[in-house]
Design a protein around this ligand. Sequence first.
Ligand code: DGL
Length: 265
Amino acid sequence: MACEAPVGVFDSGVGGLSVLREIRRELPGESFLYVADCGHIPYGEKTPEFIRERCVRVAEFFRARGAKAMVLACNTATMAAVADLRERYPDWPIVGMEPAVKPAAAATRTAVVGVLATTGTLQSARFAALLDRFASNIRVVTQPCPGLMERVEQGDLKGPETRRLLQGYVAPLLEAGCDTLILGCTHYPFLKPLLEELVPADISLIDTGAAVARRLSAVLKECGLAAAQGPVSHCRFWTSGKPATFKSILPCLWGESADVEAFSK
Ligand code: DGL
């Protein structure tokens, strides 16, 4: 596998762009293939079996294009599918992500941490195992957020409907005494400016994008697959939704325009 080969980055929708921007900052010489499975959102309300099947299709697509590694830039997909993917492709580096329970447990002063995530993530066995492992000395209050990723998919990061939804999801966490909120879905970092308006200034907001970027960097180095560092980074985008819709949202969420192709698997 050549060091110049691209890395495949995948999410159910636009959320993974919040991870890809951290990865591109950390690894400016790498090239990327990004697939957004917008035709099948929200993953948070789908079965693990359905998500695993979608992940395999995307993995096959990346492999057919010579991707040297895959990043699951989606907590819900990681919870449902990372173990299965690693079993299927034992020699192919796969980086997943999960809600930042460990760093939140280290950061909290009130010993009460809130997790905003999808229903699928919060109901998964992998999330339960994460709590068993890292949250035995703190209280974790979970909050599923149906409807929230759809607001981000529409590029509505601050409108009245998004504000109403987010306020409703955050209020119980604040009432429970959380001083640290985990953004456990990759769509939510795009709502950070709105969240900062809705919560007191001393509440910490933690997401995992930068940690995933560092992990990918370490994995590529370990496997001898890191590209030479340089300013040339190329990204290609596909969606199983409407390419025109995805294209129209890129300048807002990605900061640049780009062509978007149809993913019809
Ligand atoms: N962005 C995804 C995550 O990190 C999930 C959004 C969805 O429900 O499709 O969990």
